[in-house]
Each structure stands twice: as C-alpha cells, then as structure tokens.
Design a protein around this ligand. Sequence first.
Ligand SMILES: [Zn+2]
Length: 237
Amino acid sequence: MCHDSADGLDEGFRRLLASGQSLASVLLDYEICVHCQHVYKMRTTRPYSCPACNAEIHMGRGYTPLVVCSLIDLMQDQYRMELSRTNVTGGKIIEQRKPHHYVAIILLSCTLVECWMDHFLWSLMVSRDLPKLEIDRLLSDNWRLADRKGRLFTTLTNEPFGNALRHLTEKNKEAGGDLNYERVWAFVQDANKSRNDILHKGAIHRFPEDLIEKCIKNIHGVNQLFISLHNRYIAKR
Ligand SMILES: [Zn+2]
C-alpha cells in the first residue's frame, strides 16, 4: 500500500495528508452566514463581508457536523495505524500491511457519505419549513442512500441528482477548480458495492486494490460536494 500517492488532491489537503495533521481540521474553516445561509471558507481578519449577500460578518457560525469530523479522523487513524504486537519476551513484532487490514476505511467512507446526505436532506427540509414529524417520516421511508439521492432528492429539488452533479462540476470548473462530482459519485457507488459485499458476504479480501487510497483521496471531493449542494439548494443566495 502506497501512503503518499496523493495525486488529484488539492494542495492544502495534500500537505495535511503528508504532515499527519487532522484532515478534518480543513472543515473547521467553513462557516455558515447567519443572514443568507451561504457556506464559505472563513477569513482570518474580521469583520468581513459574506461572499454571497455582502452582510458584514463579525462572528461566523461553524458549519460542519461534528460526526463528519469524527468519521474523517477515524479514517485517518486507520490509514496510518501501526500493525504491531508484543511477543512472549516483550519484543515488538511489526506485521506486514495487507489491504484487508484497512477494510474499516471502506465502511467509514460509506458512513461519511450517509451522514453528509442525512445532514443535507434534513437541512433542506428544515429550510422548506416541513414539520419535524414529516421530515422524520420522509427520512425513515427513504433510508437507503439510493432512495435519498433518487426519489427524495428529486421530490425536494425538482431535479435529478445526476443533473445536480453535472451543474456543480461546471460551477467548480468556472471557479477554477478541478473537482468532477460525477466521478466523486461514481467512487461513492463503487465503495458502497464493496461495503455491501463486505457486510453481507464477508468479502474482506475481494475489494479493488486501489479502493482504500480512493476512500482517502475522495474525502475532499465528498466534503466539497455536500457544501456545494447546500449552497445551491439551501442558501438563500
Ligand atoms: Zn450571507
């Protein structure tokens, strides 16, 4: 397993990965504007203007759900874990790393997407003033990720999820980024298939060799996708 093949990552994320700092800490820089609900990367000097509505920001509000940060921390802990045990004389034995040692990263990666989707849909329905009982019912009736990004997303936004992915990819490109959200979602589907094979068939030796690396590399794309979905469908500007 190669631990420094970080191609395709943005520079800040790549530096963090190499330095061993918390990948989740990148997300702590995101705030939500209390006036228009736009999510943006905070600046160090205050006050400043919201990039969407120009309101003066003195004190921003943190945006990222804590569970998202915890899941990313757990993925990173698993990724850099040392495989060692103590023998009978107290000596340390370092075990050779094998792909299946990292199987938890696949499960955590899928959970990360599920948590983001749950947070996004819940926030979207709150912003549309749906009663809490109705929100709970819709989330419970559509508990599978496929239904949430399928019929529930389309019902709430009048747009297929695939269109949203294409639109957000274009927007990212216009802003000078190189994130392809259709590719990010293709990874999500691959990871989900392997997750299901692991959970239901015990297939811990049969996932694609590069899947663990992809789980780590796609953390950034997944985070940015859900921030972009928020800004397109929930922010008021
Ligand atoms: Zn604003």
